[in-house]
Design a protein around this ligand. Sequence first.
Ligand code: PRX
Length: 638
Amino acid sequence: MSYSYQINSFEQYKEVYERSIQQPQNFWADIASNFQWRRKWDKVLDWNFEDYKVEWFKGAKLNITENCIDRHLEKLGNKPAIIWEPNNPDEHHRVLTYNDLYNKVTQFTNVLKNNGVKKGDCVCLYMGMIPELAIAVLACARIGAIHSVIFGGFSAKSIADRLQDANARFIITCDGAFRGGKDIPLKSLIDDALESCDFIERVIVCTRTRTPISMIKGRDVWWEDEIKKVETLAMAPAPAEEMDAEDPLFILYTSGSTGKPKGVVHTCAGYMVYTNYSFVNVFNYKLGDIYFCTADIGWITGHSYIVYGPLSAGATTMMFEGIPTFPDAGRFWDIVDKHRVNILYTAPTAIRSLMSYGDEPLKGKDLSTLKVLGSVGEPINEEAWHWYDEKIGKGKCPIVDTWWQTENGGILISNLAGITPSKPGWATLPLPGVQPCLMDEQGKEIEGAGTGNLCMKFPWPSIIRTTFGDHERCKKTYFSTYPNHYFSGDGAMRDENGNYKITGRVDDVLNVSGHRIGTAEVENAINLHAGVVESAVVGYPHEIKGQGIYAFVIYNGTHNADDEDLIRRDITATVTRIIGPISKPDKIQFVKGLPKTRSGKIMRRILRKIAENETENLGDTSSLLDAGVVDEIKKGKL
Ligand code: PRX
């Protein structure tokens, strides 16, 4: 079965797109009429990109969980909402029907209530990929608490920074998480974080790994005990709180080119409408399809396309606890075979990594149920695209190359599976309601085919509303580079048919294995090492990860100075401690000086070229303070 707002042909896409641009308010009002509202909106859209403020569906009242769960119960109550596949294939998988999800979410909402959580409170979730994470996310949304999910690869220090920034009062975590052959000590990391966060009132700990953990009286409680209390009290299923369209739904931290990560804020109504609309149309989802997005809920892809988009559409969404290479590189294909997966949405890094194992892991795996393949998070190179197409899709599954960002809430540029044409390595056309443009360095819009900086001229419903606690930062980061435009930070090419190809970030943000990492953040962490004087971090092309992290470091420590390898490992350990293992440098080169301009600015452009092995082509170096530094760095290149 399809959806009334599902686009069924290229012709129809063109018509719908045209209408969405000519009459955006009517267009989105029609889409929004497919949802359950406690009260309809007074106005579809108010917007101002100059002094940034955007409001969608103003005056409307709703609760997103009524749209993700309650409204499906009558027709889909016994259908699977979430299929969970554990890290260890020998452990049994779990299936939660929409009825089960309703029971578990309403029950856990009562747990939150009993623990003093109220509408508007910020709840931090630091959990592994188990169904309880989705349940906790939805319970927060049901009670009107703002969730802030932190990916399990971040350090105690990163957690503490995020808790402080968001004024969180509650934490939901697990004893530990299974990921491949590793157990991640989540609760222990939380304990470390809480040494500098005495404002946390309650930590709810869900059992997963049975790792021994500390439990502090008066602060820490077990998830399972709290559920028992709710059962003993025979509390009725918790009703959903009535939310304003523009009440915050969640905060999600992401890296920028400067300073500390920023808390991207998304709100209830616009986010719901857009994630649903884009999910249904990009993947051409038909009721009953088994949909598998391999992302982690700690990232925006997991929020929008494991939880909210699919569940608001009554879909069956999979959650996978593990990693693509555990117990072997055939794991994704085992999962597709076992659960009869129809739609697979993953990242180019995973594709490139699995590709490197050859055909062996594919042997004997039945992938015939697959209808649609998706890619997200980084540019997909043509080799990976063709492997995905031939080996996984057997040449019969459209590949959707979906471009978007944490700040966008949902997919902005992508082909629609089987409806609009695909082009290897190209994200292709904007979704209805999305108005991209390319700007040149002078701030002039580029017409027709060309290359430039990717911007948006008009808001879509799930656009970032603010950066938590610092609206000025939001205005400055996204709306000041090009007046009256949202600037994505990406560069792009456009062909004569209006297709877009994303070429990558034009700022100091790296994309390592699809994870967004700010070079300034990594430099700050390296500089905290006792022997480091200064450092500069750039990206370089990496065969599997897309980009790797290359650090140039000036070191003056004397201890162990003769053991460069040990110093490298110390620096890596420092970065892991400060940010987390995802930001570890791949290469560390010790240098005597960094190329600087006369005003003291590091010329990263030159370092980037050296890291990319383009040492013959360094461009204009006339503004360098000391050209000798560059020769020395070139000689020591790793
Ligand atoms: O550079 C773009 C890249 O990922 C960045 C956004 O990262 P994040 O906020 O973590 O969200 C990732 C998942 C939506 C973008 O600025 N990116 C994302 N999708 C693509 C992409 N680059 C090329 N092609 C894509 N399909």
